[in-house]
Design a protein around this ligand. Structure first.
Ligand code: PLP
Length: 454
């Protein structure tokens, strides 16, 4: 009997990050000062970020070298495995080939350390002593706690309260690496206190947690703020994922017809898709790209492409992105990492330019797909990653109906080993779908800033 191959060959970790800005036809819409409505400069971001990251944020260089110290750390778990989902293909009775890139082999179980390590490195180089951040499901807080420990930085994490209560093990993980984890909204910041005064039972949101973390960083000279998604430099750091896929598939003699990723702030999606979109823009090879999001927080499919704040207390600059309104607090569904009101400006631009499509799915369909995937492939996906799984399964079913042997590639961006409560609730029939929160979103969108939108 022939040996069946599941695992594609290893490739070298890329020497550079890939910057999609180099291949876009024009510049991204400028970032605006919320007070004046004028474009901001690098110096305006200096209280929050080290200059090396600000330079990456505005860079139009196609290739940006990965510092050797960062590479040496990433090499512990990269390249990550690329699998052919043979048993899932069989279960779906599809002529399509399905490949998935598995980022769950990192120390924190997701793609997030790819940027956490890089951000901690540049902050240490700039003489920063302490980092603040927010976390939703806890994946980002865990990854940054780990990276800060490696570079001898203090780490303060504001964790969205609903997740803080759902996921005590994530907090323990962060604390093991020496980080401090505070449920948000909290009474440790003005932004948190203001929210609690209005709504003492507020379960929190990424927008609120960002406000708290930014407030602390802005007030302390030795403290920086790190964001786990959305910003250009974060997307940049994730492009090791797609570059590895390109090389691994090339060794297997294959190329994707369609790429699927889930989108919270857009970083794992950009990480797998941007190197392929770049090739498309350079006229080398076409590809379809599908972004998948939750129906209860439908930023790309139902949001408005407009200037908005990145946080709830309006401490950040204005960026043009798909948004549900910065005051929108998504319902407490289980994919904490996808509960953000906005989207990476670069992903928004890609959607607005017709370079990708967007779809949304309900929580129950996602867990059904995640369970089907786990049974077939033996890997239990993070609730966020189940969105990519259902997106890929729908593409494979379309291929079956159309009789097309397409190649599907998706990003299995993390495992769900810290999310077993969600699976327990699903298995017990206790999970429910949330209605599209139309009224709340309309209200939040009515409050969009004037600057940039008039
Ligand atoms: C954080 C996270 C997400 C959402 O963030 P993106 O920036 O959209 O990737 C999705 N999946 C997992 C496993 C995460 O940890």
């Amino acid at each position: 009997m022939d040996t069946v191959k599941y695992l594609l060959p290893d490739v070298d970790l890329p020497a550079n990050w890939y910057n999609l800005a180099a291949d876009l036809s024009g510049p991204l819409p400028p970032v605006l000062h919320p007070g004046t409505g004028e474009p901001i400069g690098p110096e305006d971001l200096a209280p929050l970020f080290p200059m090396a990251l600000i330079e990456q944020e505005v860079s139009t260089e196609r290739w940006i070298p990965i510092p050797e110290e960062v590479r040496q750390i990433l090499l512990q778990w990269r390249c990550t495995p690329l699998y052919r989902a043979r048993r899932l293909e069989k279960a779906l009775n599809t002529p399509a080939k399905i490949y998935y890139k598995y980022e769950g082999v990192s120390p924190s179980g997701s793609h997030k350390p790819n940027t956490a390590v890089a951000q901690a490195y540049y902050n240490r180089e700039a003489g920063i002593k302490k980092i603040t951040t927010e976390t939703g499901a806890g994946q980002w807080g865990s990854s940054l706690a780990l990276a800060c420990q490696m570079f001898d930085l203090e780490c303060l994490v504001y964790m969205v309260k609903v997740s803080f209560n759902q996921k005590p093990y994530r907090r323990a993980f962060m604390e093991t690496f020496g980080a401090t984890c505070i449920p948000s909204p909290s009474d440790t910041t003005a932004a948190g206190k203001a929210i609690l005064e209005k709504d003492p039972d507020c379960t929190g949101s990424l927008g609120i947690a960002i406000s708290e973390a930014v407030e602390v960083a802005a007030q302390n000279a030795d403290t920086s703020y790190c964001l786990g998604s959305v910003l250009n430099h974060v997307l940049l750091h994730q492009t090791v994922i797609g570059q590895e896929c390109l090389a691994q598939l090339e060794m297997a003699g294959d190329y994707p017809d369609v790429i699927v990723g889930c989108t919270g702030g857009g970083s794992n999606f950009a990480g797998i898709a941007f190197p392929f979109i770049g090739r498309k823009l350079r006229g080398e090879r076409d590809v379809r790209v599908v972004a998948v999001e939750p129906s209860a927080c439908p930023t790309l499919t139902k949001g408005r492409y407009a200037y908005d704040f990145g946080d709830t207390a309006h401490l950040t600059p204005l960026v043009k992105m798909h948004t549900l309104g910065s005051t929108f607090v998504p319902p407490g569904f289980h994919s904490g990492g996808l509960r953000y009101h906005g989207m990476a400006p670069m992903v928004s631009h890609v959607l607005a330019s017709g370079l990708c499509e967007a779809r949304s799915f309900n929580q129950l369909e996602c867990f059904a797909a995640g369970t089907q995937f786990a049974k077939a492939e033996g890997i239990l996906p993070a609730p966020e990653a189940t969105h990519a799984v259902v997106g890929a399964i729908r593409e494979a079913e379309r291929c079956r109906e159309e009789g097309r042997a397409e190649t599907i590639l998706f990003n299995l961006c993390g495992h769900g080993h810290f999310d077993m409560q969600a699976y327990m609730d699903y298995n017990a029939g206790k999970l429910r779908d949330y209605d599209y929160p139309e009224g709340e979103i309309a209200m939040a969108l009515a409050g969009l800033p004037v600057h940039g939108n008039s």
